[in-house]
Design a protein around this ligand. Structure first.
Ligand code: FES
Length: 354
């Protein structure tokens, strides 16, 4: 059993264990501390300071997301000093970017917008001075608007630490600092594999899914949890549905294994086939040289009859079965069982072996 000790947050006595941050203990005990740069599952960098809290005896405010708890700590999360510091940080972030919620795809799901509202800021005290970067629109999947970037680094950490693609990083210094691939390349000209994790991690509208633009506001979208059908791994994903149409696919860390909210480019961006008018929706049987629509019963009877005839006339080894990586282990097991026990051949293979 690890040792426990007591700390106080906003007058509440809390028993906890070493190794946790102030933010973690606060969240576990239902105490709100705002965050922007914090991204669970990645390194705590303490970049934005929005989570500043007062710790008795400390010279200055401390970042709750990065400060480990110690025995006897007395923490205050909601004092005038803390609120003033948070307001200043948020005003500076607001004024240094182009945060026009009227047209921003993230309106309604933006963590900076939520903080502005929660802190009751009507206007920043500083002149709004966005950097004026061109919006990157050179690929069909992700739109990158660095004028909205707050340099929280969540995209950098998810790219490097979770996906381990190591495409994104900071470049330049001071007010010229920016995030992106090496040599300031567009995503499409970089090593980016378009997993989309950076878009999921972005707390503002700097990174958005291109296919989803103007396809539905966050509050109009229904998230439908499902299992990705592209391979047998079984990744848990959220289809974002508006008006019966999948507008984008997002991850959710809370779903846990096997993918913990992460996905590949196919699961992320390849769901438009669902609404394709070229999609096969019924079995087709070729009759007199023409493909004609058939029922499933007709199709199964046809297949069974043809396979039986071939086996009876030419022997079971004249038939081979080829299975798919899109199927589950259980389905592949059943398939090989069918080939061996029903057809009577060991001619069975799988596309993943190619
Ligand atoms: Fe703690 Fe940004 S959330 S410093």
């Amino acid at each position: 059993m690890s040792e426990t000790f007591t700390i106080h947050i906003d007058g509440q006595e809390i028993e906890t264990v070493p190794g946790k941050t102030i933010l973690e203990v606060a969240l576990e005990n239902g105490i709100y501390i705002p965050t922007l740069c914090h991204l669970s599952g990645t390194t705590n960098v303490g970049a934005c300071r929005v989570c500043s809290v007062e710790v008795e005896g400390a010279r200055s405010l401390v970042a709750a997301c990065s400060m480990p708890v110690n025995a006897g700590m007395v923490i205050r999360t909601d004092t005038e000093r803390v609120q003033k510091a948070r307001r200043l940080i948020v005003e500076l972030l607001w004024s240094s970017g182009d945060h026009n919620c009227l047209t921003c795809e993230k309106n309604g799901a933006c963590e900076l917008q939520d903080l502005v509202y929660r802190l009751g800021i009507e206007q920043p005290r500083f002149k709004i001075n966005p950097p004026g970067y061109p919006v990157e629109d050179s690929n069909s999947m992700i739109v990158r608007d660095l004028n909205k970037c707050i340099l929280c680094g969540r995209c950098v950490r998810v790219c490097n630490e979770v996906q381990v693609n190591e495409v994104l990083d900071f470049s330049m210094r001071g007010s010229d600092a920016k995030v992106g691939p090496a040599f300031d390349a567009d995503y499409i000209d970089s090593n980016c594999v378009f997993c989309g994790a950076c878009v999921d991690a972005c707390p503002v509208g700097a990174l958005t899914f291109k296919q989803a633009r103007f396809q539905g506001r966050p509050w109009e979208i229904e998230k439908v949890r499902t299992t990705c059908g592209y391979c047998g791994v079984g990744c848990q994903i959220d289809l974002n549905v508006h008006d019966g149409k999948i507008v984008k696919v997002t991850g959710n860390r809370d779903y846990g294994p096997p993918n913990y909210g992460q996905m590949c480019a196919k699961g992320r961006f390849g769901m438009d086939f669902v609404h394709s008018d070229r999609r096969l929706t019924t079995p087709l049987i070729r009759k007199n040289g023409e493909l004609e629509e058939a029922t499933w019963d007709e199709a199964f009877d046809y297949i069974a009859e043809k396979i039986s005839t071939i086996r009876d006339e030419h022997g079971p080894d004249s038939i081979a079965g080829f299975s798919s990586a899109r199927a589950t282990n259980e389905e592949n097991y059943l398939f090989q069982k069918f080939m061996r026990a029903v057809i009577g051949t060991n001619n069975v293979d799988h596309c993943a072996r190619l």
